[in-house]
Write a protein that binds this ligand. Structure first.
Ligand SMILES: [Mg+2]
Length: 358
């Protein structure tokens, strides 16, 4: 099998419920650009991958990825994955580009095998619990209304992205625990909003409120600071979500005791190949590898990785609009061969609605 053609289509669409993180920090904006990468093979099988950017994605596909992949056997994923990282040394790709080619190659591979991707990757389960991952709201009342609506939808786990003010956030976490009772799993995501002093204060409050994990309290530049936090707190620290370097970097977080659980994803960790490397690395240390972010591709990861516990369903506003992949707080395994992106996109619509293309 050979890759005969590389196409890319950028769509620009309004975001119906814009959201934000912490105190006015950039969240969704009001429009969203997505570039769909399409690899066309001589076997009549296409591979698709979404990239959450426009012009920058087209530029890199045209200059770097297209020359790399044209005429190649798409099943040689390991070889191609390393070639992308080799080019990264010179080009310094944005982190979300590193896995784009790899995702499309796995889509082709799974279609060639006539299997849903998660079965090809191992097949760890056929359903998993989702947690409601709430964006930042203005008031305590809004958080509690959001929690109530999520519980009504069947969620048994909720994660907060709060204001980034350690004392106010600690109070919010106490109030939320009182509101939902002891049976609901609660997590907190700092989105790297704290310095080590406030991160420690808030971590102790989360321990008192019985939170399940404490995610990314600091920027992930300093392994030393994460190590200190892990040594001081009992609550599991979930880290290495946005740090560069895939499993090489995750290995240092683990080796230095700078994380209790490890983040993995396709979009920040080099596609399916990178995400799995991290998951298996963590497994060899009997650690969790929790999948960062939702969507169809991450459903496959959740079904393929035994040492993960939840699917992340983003809740972007009030009233709560549920993730369409979640039913009664659960996500189920996809059944189509490949990843199943064809359920989200129509090639004819892409061609006619694209604001830019290759
Ligand atoms: Mg996070």
């Amino acid at each position: 099998m050979r890759v005969e053609r590389v196409e890319a289509y950028t769509l620009r669409e309004p975001i119906t419920v814009p959201f934000r993180w912490r105190r006015g920090l950039p969240g969704s904006g009001t429009t969203q650009e997505v570039t769909w990468l399409r690899l066309v093979t001589d076997a009549g099988i296409d591979g698709w991958a979404p990239i959450g950017r426009g012009a920058i994605a087209l530029d890199i596909i045209e200059r770097r990825l297209k020359p790399l992949i044209l005429g190649k056997n798409p099943l040689l994923k390991e070889a191609l994955w390393h070639e992308v990282w080799e080019i990264d040394r010179i080009e310094e790709f944005p982190i979300y580009i590193l896995g784009a080619l790899d995702v499309a190659l796995w889509d082709i591979t799974a279609k060639a095998a006539n299997l849903p991707l998660y079965l090809l990757l191992g097949g760890a389960r056929e359903e998993i619990a989702a947690y409601a991952s709430a964006v930042t709201f203005e008031t305590l009342d809004e958080y509690l209304r959001c929690a109530k609506q999520c519980l009504d939808l069947g969620y048994r786990a909720i994660k907060l992205h709060a204001w980034g003010d350690a004392r106010r956030d600690a109070q919010l976490c106490r109030e939320l625990r009182r509101f939902v009772g002891d049976d609901i799993v609660l997590m907190y995501d700092g989105s790297a909003g704290f310095d080590p002093y406030d991160a420690l204060y808030l971590g102790r409050a989360l321990e008192d409120a019985g939170f399940y994990w404490y995610e990314e309290p600091l920027r992930e530049f300093s392994i030393q600071q994460y190590r200190q936090l892990c040594q001081t707190l009992d609550i599991p620290i979930l880290a290495a979500e946005t740090s560069d370097g895939c499993h090489y970097n995750a290995a240092d977080f683990i080796a230095f005791g700078a994380a209790d659980m490890i983040r993995t994803s396709t979009h920040y960790k080099g596609g399916v190949t990178g995400a799995l490397r991290i998951a298996h690395l963590a497994d060899s240390f009997q650690m969790r590898a929790e999948v960062h972010g939702g969507g169809l591709l991450h459903v496959h990861l959740c079904m393929a990785i035994p040492n993960t516990t939840f699917y992340e369903a983003l809740i972007t506003g009030l009233p709560v609009e549920n993730d369409p992949l979640v039913t009664n707080g659960m996500v189920h395994a996809p059944s189509l061969p490949g990843i199943g992106f064809e359920t989200l996109i129509d090639p004819h619509r892409l061609a006619s609605q694209a604001v830019a293309r290759l």
